[in-house]
Design a protein around this ligand. Sequence first.
Ligand SMILES: [Ca+2]
Length: 586
Amino acid sequence: MKDEPVSWTTGFALSIFCRTEPMTVSFRLAGRTLVSSLVMVLCFQGCLWLTLASATAAELAANLQGQEQGQALANKLPNVVLILADDLGWRDLACTGSTFYETPNLDRLAAKSMRFTQGYAACQVCSPSRAAIMTGKFPARMKTTDWFGAAAGVEWKRNTKLLPASYVAQLPLQDVTLAEAFRSSGYRTFFAGKWHLGGAGSFPEDHGFDVNIGGHHRGSPPSGFFSPYGNPKMTDGPAGESLPIRLGQETAGFIKQNSDRPFFAMLSFYSVHAPLQTSKSLWEKYREKAASLQQPDRRFIIDRTLQPVRQVQDHPLYAGMVQAMDEAVGLVLKQLEDSGLENHTIVVFTSDNGGVSAGDGVATSNLPLRGGKGRQWEGGIREPFFIWAPGFKQGECSTPVIATDLFPTLLDLTGLQLLSQQHVDGVSLRPLLERNKIADRDLYWHYPHYGNQGGEPSAIIRRGDLKLIYYFEDKRSELYDLNIDPSEMFDFANDRKAESDELRVALLNWLQEVEANMPTTNPNYDPEGWADEMEKLKTVRLMNLERQHAGFLDPKFQPNAKSENGGWWDQPSRSSSGVSGENSEK
Ligand SMILES: [Ca+2]
């Protein structure tokens, strides 16, 4: 299996460039996905879970039968731990199909969770997606459609056909957030990590969190992933301390201190967003692993826009970051066990947008999904999406679900009252956790912006297996059937015109209904300049990128933490440094 990334790459690249037999490739990729999925370990633990207010008497009786702790647990509302990764791709975990990254703790969590294989972020970039988790509303409805800080309108300097739409750059204060809902029900609320939902007046503590460690206006760690952090909302640790490990420790500490009262803890990693930084020991580990694989002829392809797309998972710095985050998750899971709360705590894990296959650190590949962070294809929005709810079902669920569902789901699972006026774009997934169905519905995305990773101004509707992407530049549509073509290689927009028209009308009606902001024509657009840029990309830039990324695997690679693509950090006092669990001193 060691050549797997290469063969995926080749198949995908071929299907992009030679559209002769895309279906063959897609089926093959889908088959590989299935095999990967089957590798996921199924292990059932008969966990006690009292669903309190929403459980029927019969269910409650069944749950209590044979459980000694029943009565004690019934006196306390279930806890919730929501773990959110930053920029983690759908295939960035061993349990979701990666053969390069190592994630034993998340694999363990996944094994006892309901794993939603078609779980989505609400946007292909970060702040909108996070706002949707906090409010249960789609970003288009709140006008929070781009990452906070992105240029829009006349501030836009790139040579593009459209000027990106204006957007609201803070989490709306009038919304009742998930944290406020829990706090008003007596929960102690805790936030650690990346916020990126506004500045002063819109910090986590302004939106319902009792405790905020490290959350502020920025979308990446100010001074990187090792202390000193330069984070205005967090004290520094000892020089060289690992940020994800620290956030895991802070979360575990909060759990320990609050084990006798209901809590809602949100661990919102800065990982695995750029800058790409890891310890020397982890870089060495993954460099050797990558070097042992058959080396690809090329790591990147050009898929329509100006950012080359990574096709191979073999970035040693990124792999180190994935491992560090996984170890931090392990600390939290262990604390739940040590505090005797593992059967009384719902744990959710997901990410805010797809893996960065282009732009930024060009860190990973989301194959067999097309594209990555910022882009409108599945690689930009489909995520690992696990819900561990003790007493509910575990296994796999292929019903499409989305981050706005978390708000009503968590209220429902904890027995709190739903706030139907608030989480209007989500539904409770509880029926799916009971192996029942939820009503069919359309899912929508709206990104009237140009992503830094090559994303195009577009909106999306998903209905059943069909996904229509509508492009604002030229009002063109792409129609994909995700059941037979999860890699979005085969555009049916012309062949299945009636369905395409129907979905486009539904999408445009929805955009009108939510009064979505739209991009406008760019009077300064220079088509020749664009063509020149594309030419430069295909020659100089692509070659440089290939050379640079092959260089990460060179045994002579030298750390350079200040370079555009990061470097490793090495703690001077130890030869084997920092973030690895067994090496970690804290
Ligand atoms: Ca992100």
